[in-house]
Design a protein. Structure first.
Length: 155
């Protein structure tokens, strides 16, 4: 389906690197989760390069119901993640923006402070997070390598 952030490449495709006959379906599912989290972490890496601090990471929506997915993200980001109470995700955010636009609140920050509630927090597992940071450095090298061997951009 391509990649949006930060590569903006609609033609890139997924790759399972290092797959062996001993890997199971569970390994593949976990690898996909880690790959998605690594892709999201790329955005945090850009913020870091720009010296924009990320002090909180909040998860919401259907995917956030998975305890494993929340833990994978905390471990990959190396930072606590917060699960928001509202499960509506984008629709809830749109309602908040509409209320700010309707002058119910003066700013998005004020609105979020008033209505966004944290239901739970998930801390990274230090050992798993160390492994994820190592794996992330490998992940960062995969995309340019795949692009370089497929100049037609049809990975």
């Amino acid at each position: 389906m391509g990649e949006r952030t930060p590569h903006l490449d609609p033609n890139v495709r997924a790759a399972l690197v290092g797959l062996s006959p001993s890997h199971t379906r569970a390994h593949i599912i976990r690898a996909i989760q880690e790959g998605v989290a690594f892709s999201l972490k790329d955005t945090f890496s850009i913020f870091e390069e720009m010296k924009v601090p990320v002090t909180k990471i909040r998860l919401g929506g259907g995917g956030a119901r998975s305890k494993l997915w929340r833990q994978v993200q905390a471990d990959v980001y190396g930072q606590e993640v917060e699960l928001v109470e509202a499960e509506e995700g984008a629709a809830y955010g749109a309602a908040i923006l509409a209320a700010v636009g309707g002058r119910h609140w003066n700013s998005v920050d004020e609105a979020c402070d008033a209505v966004v509630r944290v239901a739970a927090r998930v801390a990274p597992n230090s050992e798993a997070s160390r492994l994820m940071q190592k794996n992330y450095s490998v992940y960062r090298r995969i995309y340019p390598a795949l692009r370089s061997i497929n100049p037609s951009n049809s990975i």
